[in-house]
Design a protein around this ligand. Sequence first.
Ligand SMILES: Cc1ncc(COP(=O)(O)O)c(C=O)c1O
Length: 403
Amino acid sequence: MTTDIFARCRSYTDARAARSAGLYPYFTRFEGSDATIAQTPMGEVVMCGSNNYLGLTSDPRVRAAAHSAIEEYGSSRTGSRLLNGNVSLHEELERDLADFLGMPAALVFPTGYQANLGAIASLVSRNDVVIIDREAHASVYDACGMSPAKVWRFAHNDMEDLERRLASCPPDANRLVVVDGVYSMAGDLCPLPETVQLCRKYGARLLVDDAHGLGVLADGRGTSAHFGMTEQIDLITITFSKSLASVGGAVLGPEEVIDYLRHHARSLIFSAAAPPASLAAARAALGILRDEPWLCRQALENASYVHRELAALGYDPLPSEAPIVCVPFESAVPAMFAWRSLMERGVYVNAVLPPAASPRLRASFTATHTPEQLKRAVAAFAEIRELTPPEWALEDFAAQGAA
Ligand SMILES: Cc1ncc(COP(=O)(O)O)c(C=O)c1O
């Protein structure tokens, strides 16, 4: 029996086991400012693990915008937008985002995570029901945890299950359905037409987290535009940390809802505003996206090339309609070993492990990957195809009680 809250840290062995087996895939140090090449302690790698879908983090126009925002506003406003943190960049970006996505109004948050927390946790209350796709992003789960509403999950993209849940809502309960537009752990899309139809039938509002659809689908206008139904979506949340080459997030929806969130979203009110440089970078990236939609198509084409090549090599990449290529593994150690083997061959991808999702390597591609870099990634996958983790790694890992 212990009363020490640190006891759980001492009994946490997973990371230790992975490190001692030489298979720890997290917190790698990446140096350099190129979107597609990075320096790591294991050598130079082709970066196939960022969400920099348009490759705009290294675009000179985006960098210049960030530089001049620092000159104009300094490094930070050191306060919440509600009080001293609001700058004209916030409002210009909100107008640009609403205009680009075809939504009535937008509200910029310090991060996309906070946009989800703010939108969901401040709109639902006791006696309300939130129904979320089982594979919704962690920020959606965390937002639900902050609210006293009932939270029900439906099986991933399963419309029959969604309907069952909607049908069992108490008659007087307000309902919110939350889905991702693009599910980032595979690259599959939400069946938006059917989802919208069910929400209409059962009087539920619909929030689409389009973190991975913005800048990718429908010339960058996202999943709702892809299905031609933006006008039927109640709320969209986005992040600037993927295609918009920055940090920050936003909620888009009706003006009255946005004004309500402006005054009730705790993740906005009680957290410092995103730095001006981040806002300016996102705004510049949005301008480039609007003017150069070929970038979205190039990112998709690069990923579908790799998807095809990996399938031809005998891998079984998950179906994807985004610049994301996921290769599933039966268990954690083989996935981590494959991750390390790719690193040794100069290719970085994300190792995804439970509880985030079942074990897989998640590669993501940008518009600015060169054909040579894509070939290098495919060649590395080809080389590691037949490799299996050494027995000692499996034993060492198992001995420490890790998955
Ligand atoms: C689907 C989804 N929603 C929200 C977020 C949070 O965005 P941010 O990085 O801006 O906090 C992410 C980022 O991983 C995401 O993938």
